[in-house]
Design a protein around this ligand. Structure first.
Ligand code: ATP
Length: 382
């Protein structure tokens, strides 16, 4: 679990974690959430398998993975809605494994934010405090403060039906913030919003999190969302954590072929296809924007890798174009080029052409080839 330049499988994979030791010293106070050897089975289904994780105080931490990879189950175990089959969960210095949800200093924001339609925004935000019998004046002040945090001052007397989707989601956030939890758990909270609003809310959520200084644990299947907001990301696949790192760490130095493919475009060459390029059959990945596409007769430099092939597919995407190149020595690589001076016509005319690909040898990342079964159509965009 480190972000160093050469992540080894041992460092980055949770399955290498030590066994739970009852006599171990308590976690450091700056660790907000700790999962130790946590597993969850539902009958025959292993939803989560031996996860070890440390989330730091004040961190925006995302659990990223395809549908069914175990993200929500991890979040629900931190919240206390599910009990782990194995392992322990710590919040701050406290072992909360056996505590009920209401005994844990966490709050959860769901995608389906279910505001009370007959109550005003202020009443919705205050509701939890009313249940806890917090005095009225305190309640009103805290609700106003929470609404200020989510930039909804002046909306307190509106009903949910008089708000936009993004505003409703912010009310849901205020309803969680008003309890001043140590840790806020968010389960795809922006999933119901359209793309533009989601992107705007991603920036806002990150700003709010930095302002309030809370620890956010955020579940998403959207790699762009995770890269935009997170301080660190755990990439999950088939109930396990494949890699933990900063956004740049998991993108630039993916530890496995699954991470390479899920956080970006796969671009993995292995076996003979890898050997033809690097001289070694070790699987490696190179990010598509690092590759230059030039005329076949162009010479490559001494520190560069090169491969010839034919452009099989061209996808024009406005700001940039994605080229899929079938290599003469086997395998395929995707190349992304900015359309600095290229029109869509020019880009599309490249289809079928013989080309040479060239990139700096240092940009190759050796990856472990694991199971990519968890990748679905939601993962792996540019
Ligand atoms: P999504 O993005 O679709 O919500 P996820 O990564 O959050 O997916 P989980 O909801 O944690 O995945 O589910 C992990 C696995 O556990 C899935 O195979 C799911 O079908 C299974 N699972 C989850 N909850 C239950 C349950 N209550 N009973 C049986 N199986 C379950």
């Amino acid at each position: 679990m480190q972000d160093g330049p050469h992540p080894s499988r041992e460092d980055s994979l949770a399955q290498q974690a030590p066994q739970v030791d009852q006599a171990r010293p308590r976690p450091e106070p700056e660790i907000a959430v700790r999962l130790e050897g946590v597993a969850k089975r539902f009958g025959d289904v292993a939803a989560v398998e031996h996860v070890d994780l440390e989330i730091r105080q004040g961190e925006f931490f995302s659990l990223l993975g395809p549908s069914g990879s175990g993200k929500t189950t991890c979040l629900r175990m931190i919240a206390g809605f599910e009990a782990p089959t194995e392992g322990r969960i710590w919040l701050g210095g406290q072992d909360v494994t056996r505590l009920a949800p209401y005994e844990r200093d966490v709050n959860t924001v769901f995608q389906d934010y279910a505001l009370f339609p007959h109550m005003t925004v202020a009443e919705n935000v205050e509701y939890g405090l009313r249940v806890k019998r917090v005095p009225r004046e305190d309640r009103v002040n805290r609700a106003a403060e929470a609404l200020r945090m989510v930039r909804l001052e002046g909306f307190d007397q509106r009903k949910p039906a008089q708000l936009s989707g993004g505003q409703r989601q912010r009310v849901a956030l205020a309803r969680a913030l008003v309890n001043r939890p140590k840790v806020l758990l968010l389960d795809e909270p922006l999933g119901a919003l359209d793309l533009k609003l989601r992107q705007a809310m991603q920036i806002e959520l990150k700003e709010i999190q930095q302002e309030v200084g809370l620890t956010f644990v955020y579940v998403t299947h959207d790699q762009e969302e995770a890269l935009t907001m997170s301080d660190r990301i755990a990439v999950m696949n088939l109930g396990r954590i494949e890699q933990v790192g900063t956004p740049a760490g998991v993108y630039e130095q993916p530890a496995t072929s699954f991470v390479a493919g899920f956080v970006g475009v796969s671009n993995v060459l292995s076996g003979d296809a890898a050997k033809a390029v690097t001289g070694s059959a070790q699987a490696f990945t190179v990010r598509p924007e690092k590759i230059r596409m030039v005329e076949p007769e162009t010479a490559a430099g001494p520190n560069e890798c090169t491969a010839t092939g034919h452009v099989r597919e061209v996808v024009y995407l406005g700001a940039h174009t994605r080229y899929v190149v079938s290599l003469d020595s086997g395998g395929e690589l995707v190349v992304v080029q900015q359309n600095l001076a290229t029109s869509s016509m020019e880009a599309l005319q490249v289809r079928g052409r013989a080309v040479r690909l060239v990139w700096d040898r240092q940009l190759n990342r050796a990856v472990e080839e694991g199971s990519d079964a968890g990748i679905d159509e939601e993962g792996g965009s540019t």
